[in-house]
Design a protein around this ligand. Structure first.
Ligand code: NDP
Length: 452
């Protein structure tokens, strides 16, 4: 079975990709399992060297990878270069892990007690279409570093950069079977990662609905899971904030990647005395947002991923109160303009659900407690921002909002050297940061008697 990969900016087919069957997925998993002992037993320094060589190949291919992502996913060329660079950096960061996966020596009576971080075996990484390169790297780099082998399924509509990464791994000398990319359908290949007991961990990024299925399926073989699911994130702007900075930054906190970002700050909560002023100051930024050909260096936002997804996004805006919009090209391509909804009821679906498009709702609030309550009025808990000049309030509110990743006076992007993940139905586990390689290991405790 084949799949026609479409350029979302032009609606043209760019390549036809063979989708793996369930049997092919099982064969790839078996091959990864065969490759595991040799990879696990490789000297830590050698595994590190191979990961650095992989990073060098990614670096040398950076422009090609970026252009592939522009064509396949409609990401702006600037973002796509950053995403390819992120894969390189994540590989380099975790290349240091094989030699630093230190256990502990724990004081005990009558002997020596030490812990080891043992790799799990085959790890399945399931990647969504919104960030094909970074999300792949966040899974495979620490998993490989910790001595696991990896099978990776890109989203069916965005497989091109993952397939290229597999070629680059091979070129870097990563042994056959250690890192395998399998384009295929979620309920065929993804489901085999969940159901095949040889896979010992699944790293899944995507919708909460599918994440629940993955977790339920993983329970059958007590398979480890890391889940990075949806988000409904608030950008809280207090009256004492630098309003110009907050208003200039807010659109970038939600419209980046056309809003197809689980961290998108798609609710802006503004303290009532500055509500109107904030909307006024944000308007020129939204109207001036450069939406168009993602290959152009100056473009700030490309198209949505597909016609079906555009219809889903449109559903949130139809009948909703639109304060103002930016522009979007006419003609072919899955375009949608940056859209600001205000004034809007707190129970409108655009306010309560993950829109995953360039749509932001702006709501007023009166007290700090009300702002925190509004931000927490969601089953998700992934990210958010707080704008204030009051440091104590910045700390108080960032402790009060139930989410895994918060920023004060910025909409900081995910950093590969800090942990990333969600509270509540935004997921389970943390990716990235100094401890991610350990998430791909089991701790083994060994007691050695020193009695004569
Ligand atoms: P999904 O969660 O269905 O897809 C994410 C990944 O999971 C894809 O690789 C998909 O494969 C795979 N998958 C699908 N079904 C299964 C299964 N039964 N077992 C294992 N893997 C499976 O998200 P959608 O693409 O359908 O997007 C729907 C909505 O989800 C979006 O509108 C957005 O709101 C949210 N979303 C959130 C993301 C995030 O970053 N948190 C990322 C993507 C979506 P395939 O695509 O090949 O079917």
């Amino acid at each position: 079975m084949s799949f026609a990969v479409v350029n979302p900016s032009t609606e043209q087919v760019i390549r036809s990709i063979e989708l793996a069957s369930a049997e092919e997925a099982d064969a790839a998993i078996a091959k990864a399992h065969e490759a595991w002992p040799a990879w696990r037993e490789l000297a830590p320094g050698r595994r590190a060297e191979l990961l650095r060589a992989f990073a060098d190949e990614v670096d040398a291919d950076l422009e090609n990878l970026a252009r592939l992502e522009v064509a396949n996913s409609g990401h702006t060329i600037g973002n796509a270069r950053g995403e390819a660079g992120n894969v390189r950096d994540v590989l380099r960061y975790y290349a240091a892990a094989p030699e630093r996966l230190c256990g502990k020596q724990i004081p005990v009576a009558g002997g020596l007690d030490v812990t080891f971080h043992e790799p799990l075996g085959v790890v399945g990484v399931i990647v969504p279409w919104n960030f094909p390169m970074p999300v792949a790297g966040w899974g495979f780099a620490p998993a490989l570093a910790a001595g696991n082998t990896v099978v990776l399924k890109p989203a069916e509509n965005t497989p091109l950069t993952a397939l290229r990464l597999a070629e680059l791994a091979e070129r870097a000398g990563i042994p056959s079977g250690v890192f395998t990319v399998l384009p295929g359908l979620g309920d065929v290949v993804g489901q085999r990662f969940v159901d095949n007991p040889v896979v010992r961990k699944v790293v899944f990024t995507g919708s909460t609905r599918t994440g629940k299925r993955v977790m339920a399926g993983a329970a059958n073989s007590i398979k480890r899971v890391t889940l990075e699911l949806g988000g409904k994130n608030s950008n809280i702007v207090f009256a004492d904030a630098d309003l110009d900075r907050a208003a200039a930054a807010a659109p970038y906190g939600v419209f980046d990647n056309a809003g197809q970002d689980c961290c998108a700050r798609s609710n802006i909560l503004v303290e009532r005395p500055v509500y109107e002023r904030f909307l006024e100051r944000m308007e020129p930024v939204v109207r001036g947002f450069a939406v168009g050909d993602p290959a152009r260096e100056s473009t700030e936002m490309g198209p949505l991923i597909s016609a079906a997804h555009r219809e889903k996004v449109r559903g949130y805006v139809d009948g909703a109160p639109v304060a103002y919009t930016g522009s979007a090209p006419q003609g072919p391509g899955f375009w949608f303009p940056p859209t600001v909804l205000a004034p809007i009821a707190a129970d409108h679906p655009a306010v309560t659900e993950e829109v995953f498009g360039p749509v932001v709702s702006v709501l007023p609030f009166d007290t700090e407690a009300e702002a925190v309550g509004l931000a927490n009025n969601t089953e998700y808990g992934l990210s958010g921002s707080i704008w204030t000049r009051d440091l104590a309030r910045g700390i108080r509110v960032s402790r009060g909002v139930r989410a895994g990743n918060l920023s004060v006076n910025s909409h900081s992007a995910v950093r590969y050297h800090t942990p990333f993940g969600g509270f509540g139905q935004s997921g389970i586990g943390r990716e990235l940061g100094p401890d991610a390689a350990e998430e791909f290991t089991e701790t083994k405790n060994v007691f050695i008697s020193t009695e004569e």
